[in-house]
Structure formats: structure tokens, C-alpha cells
Design a protein around this ligand. Structure first.
Ligand code: ITT
Length: 198
């Protein structure tokens, strides 16, 4: 596989595609499912991020035979014993970002411990074998939403070392802290090793 060859990023979440394309820059080209003309809703039936990430990459690899990766991300809140975690996308009944954020605020009402972390697991299928990469970003959950950039829980999450939420940051700024950036850096490092790049 050459440096510029195209892997598939097995996601239907355009925000993730934008962030990962930004992080990868010119180093590696990827096609999202949409780019590749694949329109399927991949199930996430498992109770760990790792198992769901594996499910997504394995389904797409079986379908295409092309090297591919997926990622599963969860927001793990200390006072909620790690919830919403693997259920982050489906936390509230309505499953919209707005409903999920509302439920999170409600669940943390009166709670002084607002610490949380985003955890991303990337599953890469490369030459038929699977490799996993993890990225963690620690921070705090605010008591009200701030900002309109990004997606999901971004308006409520301030990463450690920053003074604003992910939703008040550009993609560039979010990538200075983000779970996705940390996991993707490990992916890049792995791919560089495999391709004999420095
Ligand atoms: P794919 O499975 O198609 O990749 P998804 O949106 O279902 O897309 P996840 O299951 O990994 O992806 O995401 C779980 C939820 O966690 C997602 O819907 C968001 O609400 C939230 N989330 C993930 N990454 C986030 C981020 O960087 N910032 C804020 N919220 C995020």
C-alpha cells in the first residue's frame, strides 16, 4: 500500500470524518463510507467501545476487502460510574445531541464532581489483521452548554488545560487536546512504521 493509497474510515458520522481528515492532513488519504458509496448502518450491539469498534471495521472489511478503520468513542463521567460511556450516542430516549446533553445535565444536577473523560478506540484492519489504538482526553462537564462548533457533548466539555468547551474551539484547537487526535496519532505512527516512513 502506498503512502497515498486510500483506506476506508468506517463511520457514518461526518463530524468524525472532518476531524480525522484534518488530523491526517496529507499523510494518508481516507474515504468515508459516503465517499466509498457504501450506505449501511453498522450495528453497535456490544457493551465495550473496543467490541463496537471491531464490529464496525470487521463488517466493512468483509464487505470491501480494503484496509479500513473505525472508531468508537464514549464520554465516561466519574460521578455516573463511567456512563454514558459506550451508550453515549443513545443516552437519552430521543438520541439527539440536544437530548443527550440535556439528560447529562439532569443526571449531574447538584453534583460537585464534574470530572469526565472522552475515550476513543480505533480499530484498524490492516492486511487482514486487527490493531487497536486508544486516545483519552480528561476534563470537566459544565453546568450549561457553551459554543456551537463540533458535535455531541462538545458544548458541555472543557478539556484539562483549556478554558473553553470543545464547542467553542475550531477543529485545530480541539485537536490540540482531543481523544480522537491522540488515538489517530497512534494510528499514524503505526502506518508510518508499516510503510517504512520516518
Ligand atoms: P459511527 O458509529 O458511525 O462512527 P456514531 O456517532 O454512532 O458514529 P459513536 O458511537 O462512536 O459514533 O459516538 C458516540 C457518541 O459520543 C456520539 O454520537 C456523540 O454524541 C459522542 N461523541 C463522540 N465523539 C465525540 C466528540 O469528539 N465530542 C463530543 N461528543 C462525542
Amino acid at each position: 500500500m502506498s503512502k497515498k493509497s486510500r483506506m476506508i474510515f468506517a463511520t457514518n458520522n461526518q463530524h468524525k470524518v472532518n476531524e480525522i481528515k484534518h488530523i491526517l492532513g496529507d499523510s494518508f488519504h481516507i474515504n468515508s463510507l459516503k465517499d466509498a458509496g457504501i450506505h449501511i448502518d453498522i450495528p453497535e450491539p456490544h457493551d465495550t467501545l473496543e467490541a463496537n469498534a471491531t464490529e464496525k471495521s470487521t463488517v466493512i472489511y468483509a464487505l470491501t476487502g480494503i484496509d479500513c478503520f473505525s472508531e468508537d468513542t464514549g464520554l465516561e463521567v466519574t460521578a455516573l460510574h463511567g456512563a454514558p460511556g459506550v451508550k453515549s450516542a443513545r443516552y437519552a430516549a430521543g438520541e439527539s445531541f440536544k437530548d443527550n446533553n440535556h439528560k447529562l445535565l439532569f443526571s449531574l444536577e447538584g453534583q460537585s464532581n464534574r470530572t469526565a473523560q472522552f475515550r476513543t478506540i480505533i480499530s484498524l484492519i490492516f492486511n487482514g489483521k486487527e490493531f487497536l489504538f486508544e486516545g483519552i482526553c480528561k476534563g470537566n462537564i459544565l453546568t450549561e452548554k457553551k459554543g456551537s462548533e463540533g458535535f455531541g457533548y462538545d458544548p458541555l466539555f472543557v478539556p484539562d488545560g483549556a478554558e473553553k468547551t470543545f464547542a467553542e474551539m475550531t477543529i485545530d484547537e480541539k485537536s490540540m487536546y482531543s481523544h480522537r487526535k491522540k488515538a489517530t496519532e497512534k494510528l499514524i505512527e503505526f502506518l508510518r512504521t508499516q510503510h517504512g516512513q520516518s
